[in-house]
Design a protein around this ligand. Structure first.
Ligand SMILES: O=c1[nH]cc([C@@H]2O[C@H](COP(=O)(O)O)[C@@H](O)[C@H]2O)c(=O)[nH]1
Length: 327
């Protein structure tokens, strides 16, 4: 059973509704800590059964650290916030049969009664719609290499510019153009902070050669930034970039050479648009003998740990009346 945040008017067509799980709805109603999680990473980013195992472990990390996990996906045309274990399992088994759903795809997937795995942009949209301010993922999309010619820029970046949700990620992969991604985030007015470092991390490695405008050293510090954003109604998102844990950082050089090979393959096969990221993720995984997948799983769990702590710190500030509670 799920509670529905829906609305309709007698004079117009019914507005779309979002099914919020009872656990998530109860946590939101009491001002508790909730962490949104995306589903593209499950359906398109990892193979079954590792994807299911990871999704369940990530939810467990969020719970162990005092927050309620809210995995977001579109099931039979209905956006869901908070999935049951059966729903999570069916999503993980279905994998690529779930359409990769960014903001631009939401209306079509809903109207056609389809199944959608939400990317960062779509997950942010739904999180904000139901009042969840924190969202944990592995990596966000960005400006693709040669993006200055192809204009292939992930809608994750524009979503961050217009939706006040804080995204915890391990930065962006070097399959993308990291300096231009940071430039674009600046243009979009996104607060970019790195956790316990001055450098923007590059997903598999702790370094990218790019400095960040802001460094944060504790969950409480992150929560204060989120409050300042809320209290001023800035309306834009925040990106908190967390370096991969040292013990899992595979050799940056080995992964970089795998990325170069995969980029060449993508070019030869003329893979473009939203097919590039899943193709690259898969090829880099194969070319690194699976070590990139293990690193990926470790960093998502690490991000979930921090995301839950930030959500708890934010909820504390809100309970003490120091932070605007409106989404
Ligand atoms: O390291 C990763 N980067 C990005 C993704 C997924 O890919 C999406 C971006 O896709 P595109 O580049 O087509 O915008 C992200 O929002 C996220 O869902 C992922 O799983 N892992």
């Amino acid at each position: 059973m799920s509670s529905s945040s829906s609305s309709s008017s007698s004079t117009g067509p019914p507005m779309s509704s979002v099914a919020v799980s009872p656990e998530v709805a109860a946590a939101l109603a009491r001002g508790g800590a909730v962490v949104a999680l995306e589903s593209t990473i499950i359906c398109h980013g990892m193979p079954y059964p590792k994807n299911l195992q990871t999704a369940m472990e990530v939810e467990a990390v969020v719970r162990e650290n005092g927050a309620v996990p809210a995995t977001i996906a579109i099931l039979d045309g209905v956006p869901h916030v908070g999935l049951s274990s059966e729903q999570l399992k069916s999503l993980a088994i279905s994998g690529r049969q779930f359409q990769k759903t960014a903001r631009r795809d939401i209306a079509h997937v809903v109207a056609s009664g389809g199944n959608g795995a939400t990317t960062v942009s779509a997950t942010m949209f739904f999180a904000h719609k139901v009042g969840i301010p924190i969202f944990v993922t592995g990596g966000i999309g960005g400006v693709h290499r040669n993006g200055e010619q192809t204009m292939d820029i992930s809608s994750d970046l524009t979503e961050l510019g217009k939706t006040p949700v804080t995204v915890i990620s391990a930065g962006v992969k070097s399959i993308l153009d990291i300096p231009r991604t940071l430039e674009y985030l600046e243009t979009q007015g996104v607060t970019v902070a790195a956790y316990k470092t001055n450098e923007f991390p590059a997903f598999f490695t702790e370094v990218s050669g790019c400095k960040v405008p802001c460094r944060v050293d504790s969950p409480e510090e992150c929560a204060k930034i989120i409050c300042a954003n809320k209290n001023l109604h800035l309306g834009s998102g925040i990106l908190i970039a967390v370096p991969i844990p040292k013990e899992y950082a595979a050799s940056g050089n080995a992964i970089e050479s795998a990325i170069q090979k995969a980029l060449k393959e993508a070019e030869d096969k003329n893979i473009i648009g939203n097919a590039i990221t899943p193709f690259m993720l898969d090829r880099v995984k194969v070319l690194t003998g699976g070590s990139s997948l293990e690193a990926n799983i470790a960093l998502v769990k690490n991000n979930a740990l921090l995301g839950a702590k930030i959500a708890v710190a934010l909820s504390d500030l809100q309970q003490r009346g120091q932070c605007c509670t409106a989404a």
